[in-house]
Design a protein around this ligand. Structure first.
Ligand SMILES: Cc1ncc(COP(=O)(O)O)c(C=O)c1O
Length: 408
């Protein structure tokens, strides 16, 4: 990977996130990165063109396989994740699907942690089987269950930690140990954490995937994904998977992410702080059945979270007493928090997994995975925490609609 000489290995995250992979333009001196919209690139001779297309020389040759603005961002993300290389793609799902397809083909088996993002569940259970890929959802908090479900044809282990929406924390080092024992790559979705809070490659994972749509960009105006890992696997994804599927990330969106990332450290600290205050408030409220937040001492993996993560993240999930109707009535009464599908934005967003992000999971499977009808996922934004807590407090205090009173 090309790292500008001025990057110092001992720089802290807030410095690296601004300077890593990035330096003023050599020709114009512009500090802000340029947007290069070009699809086609010129070569001084056929030998150079051949060397670049074969991957023997760094360079861009056609927009579907790379872009100079996107490349700057790829180098920055690889550097922040301590990876050899990375590729920017058109969405988090593009990153997830292409990284799975890099390891799996007809007849292979995938071991997946049991609570994953709904889109990942949909890919694994409906699209992947059309290509002859088998799967098992496994409780990855249990090393024996993981070992038991590894088959001779298992070609990848895929986890998300903390998971969406239940914030289950998985022991990356332990799972990387099992994956190494069996020679199977471990892929980690690091979307909820960002490299600021967790660096899975340092803990032994082989590949990291991100939905950059969330905290990396942080402003709710870009869809993007990243895969980070060894150079050869990133090259395979670029040339043979994402390139063939046309999953490239364009220069305009890369520019927005480069801009958004400059404030990432400050943003993440505020997201974490607001989420912690909200989780503490909810955990004491009599109208709330259960709170899922790794920063609470009641969380089953609280000790592991303290060891593995530099902060507890900005997501809090909770169950409202009264099930589906009570959860929906509560959400409809919020006036500051916005009902929306995404997370990691400046605005506080709430969603109801059973009817929104995880609706594609059949009800019986949702129950098995612990996604109850009363569950709400809240992505703490960057607003003042007092205003957020007042909003939740007011919505929880209002009397339930008449039809729910009897059920309560
Ligand atoms: C943990 C996680 N991974 C992946 C994705 C998919 O990302 P995208 O919407 O950018 O495709 C999401 C989306 O919510 C997510 O929450």
């Amino acid at each position: 990977m090309e790292v500008p000489e001025k990057i110092k290995p001992d720089w802290k995250f807030d410095t690296r996130v601004i300077h890593a992979g990035q330096k003023p333009d050599e020709r114009t001196g512009a500090i802000s990165q340029s947007i290069v919209p070009a699809v086609a690139y010129a070569f001084p001779d056929t030998e150079t063109a051949a060397a670049i297309v074969a991957g023997r020389q760094e360079g861009t040759y056609y927009g579907r396989y790379g872009n100079p603005t996107t490349r700057m961002l790829e180098l920055k993300i690889a550097e922040l994740e301590n990876g050899e290389d990375s590729i920017g793609l058109s969405s988090g799902m593009a990153a997830i699907s292409s990284s799975l397809l890099a390891f799996l083909q007809n007849g292979d088996h995938l071991l997946v942690t049991k609570d994953v993002y709904g889109g990942t569940f949909s890919f694994v259970t409906s699209l992947a089987p059309r290509f002859g890929i088998q799967y098992d959802f496994v409780d990855c908090t249990d090393p024996d269950a993981v070992r038991k479900h590894i088959r001779d044809n298992t070609k990848a282990i895929y986890i998300e930690t903390p998971s969406n929406p239940l914030l289950t924390v998985l022991d990356i080092r332990m799972l990387a140990g099992i994956s190494k024992e069996r020679g199977i790559p471990l892929i980690v979705d690091n979307t909820f954490m960002t490299p600021y809070l967790q660096q899975p490659l340092d803990l032994g994972a082989d590949l990291v995937v991100h939905s950059a749509t969330k905290y990396l960009n942080g402003h709710g105006d870009v869809l993007a994904g990243f895969v980070v890992g060894k150079k050869e696997i990133i090259q395979l994804i670029r040339k043979k998977i994402a390139g063939d599927l046309g999953q490239n990330l364009n220069a305009w969106e890369s520019f927005l992410i480069l801009r958004g990332m400059k404030t990432m450290g400050m943003r993440i600290r505020t997201h974490c702080d607001n989420a912690r205050q909200i989780a503490e408030y909810l955990s004491l409220h009599p109208g709330v059945e259960k709170v899922y937040y790794p920063g609470l001492s009641s969380h089953p993996q609280h000790e592991l979270a303290k060891k593995q993560m530099r902060g507890m993240g900005g997501i809090v999930s909770f169950e409202i007493k009264g099930g589906m109707d009570a959860a929906k009535a509560f959400m409809n009464r919020l006036s500051l928090a916005i009902i929306s599908f995404s997370l990691g934005d400046p605005e506080t967003l709430v969603q109801h997994p059973a009817s929104m992000t995880h609706f594609s999971i059949p009800a019986k499977d949702r129950e098995k995975f612990g996604i109850s009808d009363g569950l709400i996922r809240l992505s703490a934004g960057l607003e003042d925490p007092d205003d957020l807590i007042s909003d939740l407090d007011r919505a929880l205090a209002l009397p339930l609609p008449e039809k729910l009173k009897k059920a309560d």
